[in-house]
Design a protein around this ligand. Structure first.
Ligand SMILES: Nc1ncnc2c1ncn2[C@@H]1O[C@H](COP(=O)(O)OP(=O)(O)O)[C@@H](O)[C@H]1O
Ligand SMILES: [Mg+2]
Length: 268
């Protein structure tokens, strides 16, 4: 059996309730999932179901109430460069050039001397070699997000955590960037967990799609996507899968107790 590169077992997390900070409110309830090395898995679920919290737990920025988070055979105990996190907002340092933004992590870890050659390599990997001296305010949204990706990838992360990284881009740039992320992923083969609200993006990109329930987030189901890559967004298999997932999400996310009751009565 292949050793999973990322393994979560019965992970539970609560936060103080917004209306009563003395009370804890369960946000994630018993999350169990394994990703094999090089796998790309999407996480889809209603707003507030704990997707970002799950990524922050894996990044080591939050501590679970209970459960186990492992990278290979090591428990996650805090942040590490081996787990790269990219957000919707590229969060670049506006006072640093593209090159310096990409170098920043290496500088912070005292590795720039040793790894200086990597910087050029990663700038060309994301197609920004001509923009090394540009500042973030000169970049389009897609280019800024490529800098953020290069900055995460330069650490050779074992696990890449993408929290709606393309969510702020217009539809065309977004589709182009999906291909870009897939190209980077197949070049680097980092195990990748991608949070997205976009079902088409999840089907287009992932090996498996994890559908979560509304808060407290649990794993509702995991859907393997076996379509050949590059995928055709207008193929009948693609559209059929899309229809099935949208239906599932309607029940996972949009269902109130009344609608669930009606559905049960209707199917009884
Ligand atoms: N640091 C925090 N303190 C208190 N509540 C939090 C904190 N982080 C997240 N939450 C709450 O946890 C729930 C899940 O949030 P989040 O993981 O951001 O959901 P998602 O990314 O799926 O939209 C939300 O109700 C949010 O308000
Ligand atoms: Mg989120």
């Amino acid at each position: 059996m292949v050793t999973p590169s990322l393994r979560l077992r019965e992970v539970t997390k609560s936060f103080p309730a917004p209306d009563d900070p003395l009370r804890q409110r369960l946000v994630l309830d018993g999350i169990t999932i394994s990703l094999t090395t090089g796998e790309l898995v999407s996480l889809v679920g209603p707003s507030g179901c704990g997707k970002s919290t799950l990524l922050r737990l894996i990044a080591g920025l939050e501590v679970p109430d209970s459960g186990e988070l492992m990278i290979g055979s090591e428990a996650i105990t805090g942040p590490s460069a081996e787990r790269g996190l990219v957000f919707q907002d590229p969060n670049l340092f506006p006072w640093l050039t593209v090159r310096r933004n990409i170098e920043a992590g290496l500088v912070a870890r005292g590795l720039l001397q040793e790894r200086r050659d990597d910087v050029g390599e990663f700038m060309s990997l994301v197609g920004l070699e001509a923009f090394g001296n540009a500042y973030p305010h000169h970049l389009s949204g897609g280019m800024a997000q490529r800098v953020a990706l290069a900055r995460a990838l330069i650490n050779h992360p074992k696990v890449l955590l993408l929290d709606e990284p393309l969510g702020a881009l217009d539809a065309f740039t977004r589709m182009r960037m999906q291909d870009e992320v897939l190209r980077l992923w197949s070049a680097r083969r980092s195990t990748t967990l991608l949070v997205t609200h976009d079902i088409d993006e999840a089907i287009y990109m992932s090996d498996r799609i994890v559908i979560m329930t509304a808060r407290p987030g649990t794993i509702d189901r995991i859907i393997p996507v076996t379509l050949d890559r590059p995928r055709d967004r207008s193929s009948s298999e693609f559209l059929q899968l899309r229809g099935e997932i949208l239906e599932l999400l309607h029940f996972a996310g949009g269902a109130t107790p009344e609608t669930i009751l009606t559905a049960r009565v209707a199917s009884a």
